[in-house]
Design a protein around this ligand. Sequence first.
Ligand code: AOF
Ligand code: ZN
Length: 397
Amino acid sequence: MPHLTTPPSPWMQRALDQAGLALGHSDPNPSVGAVIVSPAGAVLGEGHTQAVGGPHAEVMALRDAAARGHDVRGATAYVTLEPCAHHGRTGPCCEALSAAGIGRVVAALRDPNPRVAGGGFAHLVAAGVQVEVGDGAEAARELMRGFLSRMTRGRPWVRLKVAASLDGFTALPNGHSQWITGEAARADGQRWRQRASCILTGSGTLLADDPLLNVRLPGTTRQPALVIVDSQLRTPPTAQALTLGQRPVWIATAEPELHAPGHAAWLARQQALRQVLMPAHGNLSPTASPPALLDLPHRPGPRPQVDLAALLLALAAREVNEVHVEAGAGLNGALLRAGLVDEIVAYVAPTLLGSGLGWASAWGPVTDAQAATSVQSAPGVAGEPTAPPRDAASGVG
Ligand code: AOF
Ligand code: ZN
């Protein structure tokens, strides 16, 4: 967890609180908050980013002020991201703010989206609006990590969830795991799922546990997409997670070479899965056209494997900001080996299992130096970058 060096100003904190209300609802738009404050220090209006296609935070705050009958001329707008400058799914917020007569804009972060990238600030300055940047930057960054990652690195932020015993096992040797997490951890896990763009798992987890992997919190407005890494297409068409609807399901697979021994069987399994992933089931994203089976670049051979780095690029192209990984030891280990894990959320149960299933296979060994520097944690928050970069290939499945 980053060390918060400069705390946000109280008004920016209020804007950050607004942004928090958009988490899990505005994706793939970043969760942004805005608060408009009069020169005398009264809140005139506030708001946050709506579901994609809906108004941005600034417009919501201006509307709120208008609804309350307040005059915003000369007021200060605290915003957690640079007001946009482009005509996208909505109009440019910078123009809405200057047209309303806002006198000053305090923004936490510059928007790295190439369609904005300083253009919002430039418009405001040209319109005679005073602009300040940086208040609450670290907290704003945490709220839109995935969006910032996609914009600056071209790939999503990858957060891996682990629940393990004190001695590091996720289940008994027979696969039973009900002692690992309690109510509080499960609820916390739901909140991490909710803010993610997609939940990533492997076919092994679907085969072993048949989980739903959805969000079951009250007030849920969107379900994250489900991404299944499944080189051999072992996912059972009857898996519960496939039959839920309400969300895109993407299966990342790797077609064997033509005439390879397993090719005909792979095609048959592909056909069976296509049946349950038909658009009629609501499993195809409105933004991503079929196929729901992502046949990605992969290392060829009789048993090809999904290229995980390529998968992340393909997900970014589908506007995936945050990837929430809930998978078994094989996929976890492969992601770590490939250096693709940005953050680990770990629930450690005060219990000893003695033996059992691990949570990351074939990961390590690490050097003394890596061991000393790789993991940071803080009470009640997620640790972050834990995976030292590796050169190893990133195949799995
Ligand atoms: C803002 N305020 O609350 C948010 C912004 O497709 P659109 O028109 O909705 O624009 C999406 C882009 O706008 C998004 O990629 C990001 O650059 C910015 N998000 N900007 O002024 C907001 N959520
Ligand atoms: Zn905007």
